[in-house]
Design a binder for this molecule. Structure first.
Ligand code: ADP
Ligand code: MG
Length: 238
């Protein structure tokens, strides 16, 4: 079980408060999308869940544990970054399985998961290549594979599709939906793209200036925006 709870989370950078008291309940297996304009605090919230930033105040609970003082590598999460952050000198295969070696997963199990995931993401033919010899979409799939293969309790995504052209973006959106249906892991997905939010989410969290403006299903938010900000943001083309 890996429900996530944020209890009155605040984050200051120097004296500036950028996350201003966020309360959020994410159910086990739920796909939650944090959406909002650039600078509203999406990445900061995700990085606090991941443990890459410390909350200034408030409590973060993953599963049964308060994780504020737990190191990122011990939180049982996998994260996909906007810029993919692949190891340039390692092959696709090594990029994907690297973390498993550190986690001491045995070799047969590594091979089994690699086969399953490289088939699913159509990476079979690319396993010996280096990241520099891949297209943007292919790199994105490697980053996705590397995250999925760990079978972590929680997947975190920070604008994973924003560097892709619109056709690939819509293809990968479908792929991410399929991956979620297959693995069913609790997922927190950050984007500034309303279409991504509305198509992927079980639950959408609209952020505005470090506050939650509205939480609801895509339909609830689309049909009943609570204020002008939400109405304009969700209604405007991305
Ligand atoms: P988003 O992901 O929604 O675009 P961020 O969470 O990246 O927004 O940033 C929220 C605010 O916090 C922005 O004003 C940004 O400039 C500021 N910020 C983010 N990271 C840092 C940092 N490491 N140091 C100082 N300010 C930061
Ligand atoms: Mg961001």
């Amino acid at each position: 079980m890996a429900a996530i709870k944020l209890n009155n989370i605040i984050k200051n950078f120097d004296k500036t408060e950028v996350v201003k008291g966020i309360d959020l309940d994410i159910k086990d297996g739920e796909f939650v999308v944090l959406v909002g304009p650039s600078g509203c605090g999406k990445s900061t919230i995700l990085r606090m869940i991941a443990g890459l930033e410390q909350a200034t105040a408030g409590e973060i609970v993953i599963g049964e544990r308060v994780v504020n003082d737990i190191e990122p590598q011990n939180r049982n999460i996998a994260m996909v970054f906007q810029n993919y952050a692949l190891y340039p000198h390692k092959s696709v295969k090594e990029n994907i399985v690297f973390a498993l070696r550190r986690l001491k997963v045995d070799q047969d199990e590594i091979e089994r998961r690699l086969k399953e995931i490289s088939e699913m993401l159509q990476l079979d033919a690319l396993l010996d290549r280096k990241p520099a010899d891949l297209s943007g979409g292919q790199r994105q799939r490697v980053a996705m594979g590397r995250a999925i293969i760990r079978e972590a309790d929680v997947f975190l995504f920070d604008e994973p599709l924003s560097n892709l052209d619109s056709k690939l973006r819509s293809h990968m959106r479908t792929e991410i939906g399929k991956i979620h249906n297959k693995f069913g892991r609790t997922s927190v997905y950050v984007t500034h793209d309303q279409v991504e939010a509305m198509t992927l989410a079980d639950k959408v969290v609209v952020l505005h200036g470090g506050h939650i403006a509205q939480v609801g299903t895509p339909m609830e938010i689309y049909l009943n925006p609570v204020n002008i900000f939400v109405a304009q943001f969700i209604g405007s083309p991305s």
